[in-house]
Design a protein around this ligand. Structure first.
Ligand SMILES: [Mn+2]
Length: 300
């Protein structure tokens, strides 16, 4: 069976919004950067399903990079990668899709730079020379086509206006005037050669930090009520980082020891005032049964 070339440029379907609106009430679970870790994805799914059992209006947002991870033997595992795992991105994609189907409209995956590599973005090479090609070889032609179609329906941002929270893959460093700028983003620029990336999209998917002024300008351009940006992309060994307000960078999985992995659990009807407040009241350990290695949770 012929496997199609990886990274084939896809366009957003006209009906797909770049920004998904979350409700003004209910519970919000936010996780980041699973990078093919099936065990961690299953745990995130369990957290969401347990929250759903208590409160039926729970929503889950995963801020990209569900796929692409190491497939190296445990004896060669470097300590800086945290707890050992063997990536199984194909099964993570399957499980992620099943979960979204089981809870229509309540499970949202945002595009990360690793997903973008499947739909027209630049080649990513973390553990393989071409991560998208590796995964697409494992998937085979038919599942690859399906995965690309699915990824091309994922939004870039999630917004919880009442809670004052914006979710995206990288730091909110892009210069935008309004949400309309985001709607103009294409996965691959029209008519351009492959590998050329929309500048705005590159910022959204690759920025690791932003100045306070720049980040607040970004939030304001979308909604003046937004107070905090939740994102991943970078590995924070201790589970979260607040470089400065309004930035809350979270590491739910990749690069961390199990006891340091964090996600956010927030009441969508509660307006957040700062990243510090969300860190203090919203961060939860993914594995409360595991001892922290580098993690220090904020105190009141
Ligand atoms: Mn990333």
């Amino acid at each position: 069976m012929e496997v199609p070339r990886s990274g084939t440029a896809m366009r957003y379907c006209p009906s797909v919004s770049r920004l998904v609106e979350l409700p003004d009430k209910g519970r919000l679970i936010v996780a980041t950067d699973v990078q093919g870790n099936l065990t961690d994805f299953e745990r995130v799914a369990r957290v969401f399903e347990e929250a759903t059992a208590e409160s039926a209006d729970t929503v889950l947002v995963v801020t990209g990079d569900l796929v692409h991870g190491p497939e190296i033997p445990e004896q060669h595992w470097p300590d800086y990668l945290g707890s050992y795992f063997h990536a199984d991105s194909a099964r993570v994609l399957d499980r992620a899709e099943q979960l979204a189907k089981r809870y229509p409209g309540r499970v949202h995956y945002l595009i990360g730079n690793h997903e973008h590599a499947h739909v027209g973005g630049p080649v990513v090479s973390k553990f393989f020379g071409n991560e998208a090609q590796r995964l697409e070889q494992l998937l085979g032609a038919e599942r690859t086509a399906g995965a690309r179609q699915w990824i091309a329906s994922w939004p870039l941002l999630a917004v919880a206006r009442k809670a004052g929270l914006l979710m995206l893959h990288g730091a909110p460093n892009a210069l935008i005037q309004s949400a309309a700028d985001l709607e103009a983003i294409e996965l691959a620029p029209a008519g351009g050669p492959e590998g050329v990336v929309d500048e705005l999209l590159a910022e959204l998917l690759w920025a690791r930090t932003a100045s306070t002024v720049r980040a607040r300008t970004f939030l304001n351009a979308i909604d003046s009520r937004l107070r905090v940006a939740l994102f991943g992309h970078d590995v924070v060994r201790g589970g979260y980082a607040i470089d400065r307000e309004p930035l809350l960078c979270i590491s739910t999985s990749f690069g961390c020891h199990d006891g340091d992995k964090l996600y956010v659990d927030w009441d969508l009807s509660r307006p957040a005032s700062s990243a510090k407040e969300v860190a203090r009241d919203g961060l939860q350990p993914l594995y409360p049964e595991c001892s922290p290695v580098y993690r220090r949770l904020p105190t009141a």
